[in-house]
Design a protein. Structure first.
Length: 93
């Protein structure tokens, strides 16, 4: 008995046709889906660049404002004390 008969050939041919139709349908759906994917990815990229720019600006601003650091003296504000030093008692007391 041979497995290559008309019935098996017909079943194989119909199976291949169904698979090729399904693949063609998926490729069209993939093309439709990619039409919105490009603008969404571009918008996401622009937003992420904006967030990165804001973070860099905040870091640079904090570097330029040293008065927020503990123990940093600003001209004309009095003596510099570390966290462990006590202020000296004044002569008036």
């Amino acid at each position: 008995m041979s497995i290559f008969n008309r019935k098996n050939a017909l079943v194989g041919f119909l199976t291949l046709q169904a698979v090729s139709r399904k693949r063609r349908g998926l490729s069209l759906a993939g093309r439709k889906r990619s039409s919105w994917k490009l603008p969404v990815l571009l918008a996401l990229g622009i937003v992420s660049v904006g967030v990165f720019a804001v973070l860099v600006a905040v870091m640079l601003r904090r570097q330029r404002e040293p008065e927020h650091l503990e123990g940093y003296a600003i001209a004309g504000e009095g003596p510099v004390l570390s966290a462990y030093e006590q202020p000296e008692p004044s002569a008036a007391a």
